[in-house]
Design a protein around this ligand. Structure first.
Ligand SMILES: NC(=O)c1ccc[n+]([C@@H]2O[C@H](COP(=O)([O-])OP(=O)(O)OC[C@H]3O[C@@H](n4cnc5c(N)ncnc54)[C@H](OP(=O)(O)O)[C@@H]3O)[C@@H](O)[C@H]2O)c1
Length: 326
């Protein structure tokens, strides 16, 4: 039986490359010859052994994968089909995408949307899917162009970069909130009309500050999310995605009861399949990114994954890394 190279994590230690057999992988109806994955914040935590991401051990990490079906016990898929999987438990409770071969339940598989390459599917990955899901939810809650600026925090990261690209493509005036003073040109090239420094957050602490954002996409959590509640316009919404800066939220009810502000929770991993398919379709039609080449910071191999994960956790990177699996 052919061996499969995989980044596997044992409890209490960082992930390492191992040779595995197909029978070693978690069960599923669809076997995929894996081509690409990506490196999300969650993956960086899992690979380095930091953060409680993995729910069983040992486990192959990687919450995303794109590739070609080689075996399927489910009639919806046949060998040769190009597919992708993001979230659903992949790389968290089920052996994940950092392997040459991936085996998953058929219900998790998304046919590769027409017009998207296997590489670009992972340049987007969970980050792109989540950015689009957030925009979809903001729109459902009333966001339209012309209502004012939309702010994106954690702007230079994976979700942030793609969110800026997608929002600007929709005609929104986008404001990027970033800690990186040297990322101005990068963020402007993605479509940000203005870049503001996170230093402002500490200076505006009243329960209600000047209301200026029609909506917000937040990847940082903590003090940044609390500040967004204080500065979003009446009837505006915040899509709460991440916790790169902290998981706690110290806020008052004032923005909610005096301005009608909405805080919308965004969870990509367990997004129902009908909505999942809708979001992937939007990513190749009206929410198609315009600057994915610029957002891809580089392509790495499984051997380079540990160093990439450290770089991501240090918060120094820009955009997304794609992982080449063969
Ligand atoms: N809810 C969901 O379904 C879902 C899906 C995907 C991701 N997420 C979460 O969303 C967040 C972003 O994910 P990602 O993959 O885009 O991560 P990422 O590429 O690491 O980007 C995070 C960005 O946040 C900022 N940041 C990092 N550390 C920070 C700190 N200590 N304080 C303040 N800002 C900090 C940095 O941007 P600047 O330097 O530009 O400020 C960084 O580039 C993560 O928390 C991730 O777990 C959630």
């Amino acid at each position: 039986m052919k061996t499969i190279r995989a980044m596997r994590v044992h409890q209490g230690v960082p992930g390492a490359l191992e040779d595995m057999l197909l029978d070693d992988l978690a069960a599923g109806e669809v076997v995929i010859e894996a081509h690409y994955s990506g490196v999300n914040y969650k993956d960086a935590l899992a690979v380095t052994g930091r953060g409680r991401i993995l729910r069983r051990f040992p486990l192959v990490a990687g919450v995303d994968v794109s590739g070609v079906v080689v075996e399927s016990a489910d009639a919806r898929y046949t060998p040769g089909d190009e597919v992708l999987v993001t979230g659903c438990g992949l790389g968290e409770s089920h052996d994940g995408g950092y392997a040459e071969t991936v085996r998953v339940p058929a219900g998790w598989v998304v046919p590769l949307p027409s017009g998207l390459s296997l590489f670009d599917a992972m340049a987007l990955g969970t980050a792109g899917f989540t950015a689009a899901l957030a925009i979809d939810r903001l729109e459902q809650n009333g966001l339209q162009t012309g209502q004012g600026p939309v702010i994106v925090s954690g702007a230079s990261g994976g979700v942030g970069s793609i969110a800026i690209d997608l929002l600007a493509g929709q005609g929104h005036e986008v404001v990027a909130l970033s800690r990186k003073r040297d990322a101005l040109d990068y963020l402007a090239a993605l479509g940000a009309a203005e870049v503001i420094d996170t230093g402002l957050v500490a200076a505006e602490t009243r329960p209600l500050e000047e209301a200026r954002w029609a909506a917000a996409i937040d990847n940082v959590g903590g003090e940044v999310l609390a500040w967004l509640t204080r500065t979003v316009k009446p009837w505006g919404s915040i899509a709460g995605i991440g916790l790169a800066g902290g998981h706690e939220l110290h806020a008052t009810v004032m923005p909610f009861i005096l301005r009608g502000v909405s805080l919308l929770g965004i969870t990509s991993a367990n997004c129902p399949m009908e909505r999942r398919l809708k979001i992937w379709t939007r990513l190749v039609t009206d929410l198609k990114p315009r600057h994915l080449d610029r957002i891809v910071a580089g392509t790495v191999t499984l051997d380079e994954l540990s160093d990439t994960a450290e770089e991501i956790l240090s918060g120094q990177h820009r955009g997304r890394y794609v992982v080449r699996l063969r």
